[in-house]
Design a protein around this ligand. Sequence first.
Ligand code: ZN
Length: 309
Amino acid sequence: MKSCRRGFLAGIPGLLAWGTACQREVSSNPERSLLATTGLVADLVRKIAGPWWEVQSLMGPGIDPHTFEPSYGALRRLTSAKMVFFHGLHLEGKMAEVLHRLEEREPSRYHAVTSQIPASRILGESLESPDPHVWMDAVLWSECLGPITKALCEADPENARDYLIRHAETLDSMVRLDDQIRRLVLSIPPQKRILVTAHDAFAYFGRAYGFRVEGVQGISTATEATLNRLEEVADILVENKIGAVFLESSVNPRTLTKIREIAKRLDHNSHVAAGGTLYSDSLGDPGSGAETHKGMMLANVQTLVEALR
Ligand SMILES: [Zn+2]
């Protein structure tokens, strides 16, 4: 096992050789097995893949993709799956380089689902440092269907017609989800549409559905918030009489507790409550109702409506 790990550290060629030499993916039929890095990507791939492929996710519910370090087993799965779909836009912080090098080497096997989103639609400081949280805008997320459908049609032309039908149906259901979110948001008064969360996962949500978003930690959870930033955000809450800050399922709640304390110090009458937990970078557990992208988006909007209306 140790020699396998050294092979990976020595570079991609070692990783590929090791993937073949070592144990294969544990799947009922490795030839019909697809691997997605995150639950959100797996959810999207399943919609197109239908009954023809088994789709697994490398990261389970509640796992933070920015800081996820692939284990020995995870690397083995990445190199032995028939095809791998990953998010891209540096979401998979610790794996981003490996994934892009694998994609360069085997473009028919490794696919970044965000690769076809026009640069003009991407938020973030720059194209070198993009905001990866595109799933927060249902219509923008549907742009990620294209690379998946294309890859499956090429890998399995016999079922291409079925993939194209599924593509059209999924696109349609994502437009309907977008409509549904807009209608739910209408019950929050416009001046109350301010969303304070630990990290900046909701900028696309804010742009699409009309919220001012104040993330405290920046785009990645790997950075820590400064005291200055905490005070700034507490000020915004007090000034706008916003009564709730929101926790995130995959982020430590410590930062938001600090903001609530500062808001209380600034204004003794301020009662900033924890407005509930939002799903940001990970789907919910099976049975939570948020185990799909649609379920997750609706659960978030419901939480916002209850706390801010
Ligand atoms: Zn994030």
